[in-house]
Design a protein around this ligand. Structure first.
Ligand code: IVH
Length: 659
């Protein structure tokens, strides 16, 4: 029989291997189910034997560490940047400068990953510190977040002490997924994968980073005298052998071959699943670095070949105006379709009239467009030399769909159509109600809704539940098969049983995204309990801010809101929350903040225990906090709790309350 320690060790090795296969090699060997089972088994064993818990265990990747602020980290070996070359000529000049010092060199060419640089420190093979570049001499401690990156080994294959450097990034697919979910939560979108990665790494709560699908390529060793790492290509092989994820490189012998390699990487840039913004050329032999030397900011033995910004010329054929669900008007450029980085672009958002005026964009103009962060089409500039008699852009003042006078938003940036009967808004409202993240009515997508809307079957949300009365005419007029209409009606009927948060989100109340809908549903349990609440009642709920509270009051005060909800109830739509919230738990309705290190529980375990008893854990101390549980080395949160006179529990007291 293996003892617990050996079992824990064996499970860790096994899970580390699975992480490596999946996240570094991109070649998983086990199913998610098996992986989850192993991880759960390890968590249970570590819980039963907390004396064997260590920082390098894969169980420590889940996040949960919440900092009060970022600690500064010195870089004794500065993190430099690179000089740029923008064309073949500049690459040749670089080569000539190098050859003035050393006659004969080999180069290594790597893709330049568009993320943010980070430095990782390992002691005896264990990851102990991760830091951002900062100003090159001093960065910020991001260890808690880097631990959650699955391709970063927490433990190396050798017990060596070293510092490596690389690039933290997010794949294009992960970036798009993240923005999609932020969009449905009504959160600001990230501009490109690099901003998304940087924003995730700069979070105090590592739970956020752990959910963000970050990744990291390691490309250099800060220092090493070892024979095994005499050259850059050997360094990469060595880093690979230690368990790091490295990006592909080419070893070449002449500047002609360097140029060819750079151009080849440039031509295939959109085949990469992550954004690259250039190629990095490095002298291969590390022994030559000192002789070739450094400027104040960058090494003279390396250079970044920056890709030409893929700016493509096209023409603005028209500027259209979209009316969103909330009445927001968005101008959109209709472009003469062009190929940009592997896909055809025919439209680009122009955001608002301020954006258009700042760039003096006019219909008929020839413009340069690019994909921001390699993904989102954007008008970069107008080619003024090619302008003939295009007239200056004039923003519309009336809604393009209902002709209502438009109104400026509080921020003055956006225009809104505030007519509640605007057909464009009504159509968008219907589409939103049925959408996957709201009432999730399969078969009732944009196209069908638009068709039913135009045919007059759907005018308002309750009409969805009346479609069943029109089965025959839908079959004839809308050309629907009997089977598909029956299926659609079944799906519509099934949606009546949805839990409150889906209905709330589906109603499309301004500022009430998926997350807020859930909070409200859990709090009020039924829509009727929230209909007559005042501003203060909403605002006193954690996570409900002023804007949301105002919007809720305004929404429920509208006479048509009450009528709509009663109508839905009469049609059989559920208005109650159906999720499971413990009603009987000792911590029912209480809000906790955890700070400092607990001895017997990880953050996640403590949180789970509190939630199991009906409580809630939030990250910041405020008047709304009921209890602050303090562990070792608690910092400013404890001070703040004391100042506010909140009830503070130590671990022993917390434990006693649990049983
Ligand atoms: S080597 C002395 N290799 O580009 C600096 N950098 O301006 C050595 N980068 O700060 C950097 N991919 O953030 C190197 N394969 C690669 C890289 C790379 C991306 C970034 C890195 C660096 C910046 C240079």
């Amino acid at each position: 029989m293996m003892d617990a320690k050996a079992k824990i060790e064996a499970l860790r090795n096994e899970i580390n291997r699975y992480d490596y296969e999946y996240h570094v090699l991109d070649a998983p060997t086990v199913s998610d189910i098996v992986y989850d089972q192993k991880l759960r088994a390890l968590i249970e064993l570590e819980d039963a034997y907390p004396e064997y818990k260590t920082d390098d265990s894969p169980t420590q990747r889940v996040g949960g560490v919440i900092l009060d602020g970022f600690r500064k980290v010195d870089h004794p070996i500065p993190m430099l940047s690179l000089a740029n070359a923008f064309n073949a000529e500049e690459l040749r000049e670089f080569d000539q400068r190098v050859r003035k010092v050393v006659a004969d060199v080999d180069y290594v060419v790597e893709a330049k990953v568009d993320g943010l640089a980070a430095s990782l420190r390992y002691e005896s093979g264990i990851l102990v510190r991760a830091a951002t570049r900062g100003n090159g001499d001093v960065g910020e401690d991001i260890t808690h977040n880097v631990r959650t990156i699955k391709s970063v080994p927490l433990k190396l294959n050798e017990a060596v002490s070293l510092e490596v450097r690389g690039e933290i990034f997010m794949t294009k697919a992960a970036f798009l997924r993240l923005n999609e979910s932020r969009d449905s939560d009504k959160e600001a979108l990230f501009k490109n994968p690099r901003n998304a990665a940087a924003g995730s790494v700069r979070q105090l709560d590592s739970k956020i980073a752990s959910k963000r699908a970050l990744d990291m390529f390691v490309y250099s060793l800060a220092e090493s005298d070892q024979e095994a790492t005499r050259s850059q290509s050997a360094v990469i092989e060595y880093l690979k052998a230690l368990g790091f994820k490295t990006n592909p490189y080419l070893k070449v012998q002449s500047i002609d071959a360097v140029i060819e390699a750079c151009q080849q990487i440039e031509q295939t840039r959109h085949n990469y699943s992550y954004g690259i913004d250039g190629a990095v050329v490095k002298v291969n032999e590390r022994g030559l670095y000192k002789a070739i030397g450094y400027t104040a900011k960058s090494p003279k033995w390396a250079i970044a070949y920056k890709f030409k910004a893929e700016e493509v010329m096209t023409r603005i054929e028209a500027i259209n105006f979209q009316v969103g669900r909330t009445g927001q008007i968005t101008p959109v450029a209709v472009l003469e379709p062009v190929e940009v980085q592997g896909s055809t672009v025919a439209r680009a958002t122009l955001h608002n009239d301020g954006y258009i005026k700042a760039r003096d964009i006019r219909v008929g103009d020839d413009v340069l467009i690019k994909k921001a962060g390699d993904i989102i089409p954007e008008v970069v500039s107008v080619i003024l030399e090619r302008r003939k008699d295009q007239v200056p852009f004039e923003m519309i003042s009336k809604c393009p769909k209902c002709s209502t006078q438009l109104t400026r938003s509080d921020s003055e940036a956006d225009l809104y159509c505030l007519n509640p009967d605007c057909p464009a808004q009504k159509l968008e409202a219907l589409i939103h109600f049925a959408s996957r993240k709201a009432m999730n009515i399969e078969g009732l997508g944009n196209r069908i809704i638009e068709l039913f809307f135009n045919e007059g079957y759907l005018k308002r949300i309750p009409d969805i539940y009346r479609l069943k009365d029109h089965q025959t005419s839908l079959m004839t007029k809308a050309n629907f098969g009997e089977k598909s209409i029956t299926k659609l009606i079944d799906n519509i009927e099934a949606s009546k049983q949805n839990s409150l948060e889906l209905l709330l989100f589906g109603l499309g109340i301004r500022y009430v995204g998926q997350k807020v809908s859930k909070v409200l549903a859990m709090h009020f349990k039924d829509i009727f309990a929230m209909m007559d609440c005042d501003y203060e009642t909403f605002k006193n709920i954690d996570e409900i801010g002023e804007k949301i509270a105002e919007s809720l009051v305004a929404y429920f005060a509208r006479p048509d809101t009450k009528a709509l909800i009663h109508e839905l109830v009469d049609l059989g739509v559920n208005t109650a929350f159906k999720g499971v919230v413990s009603e009987s738990g000792a911590f029912q309705g209480k809000t906790f903040v955890l700070t400092g290190k607990l001895i017997d529980y990880t953050r996640d375990e403590a949180k789970a225990l509190i939630e199991a008893q009906g409580g809630k854990v939030t990250s910041s101390v405020s008047k709304k906090t009921d209890y602050v549980v303090v562990g070792e080395d608690a910092g400013s949160k404890q001070e703040k709790a004391e100042k506010l006179g909140l009830e503070i529990w130590d671990e022993a007291h917390f434990k006693a309350q649990l049983s």
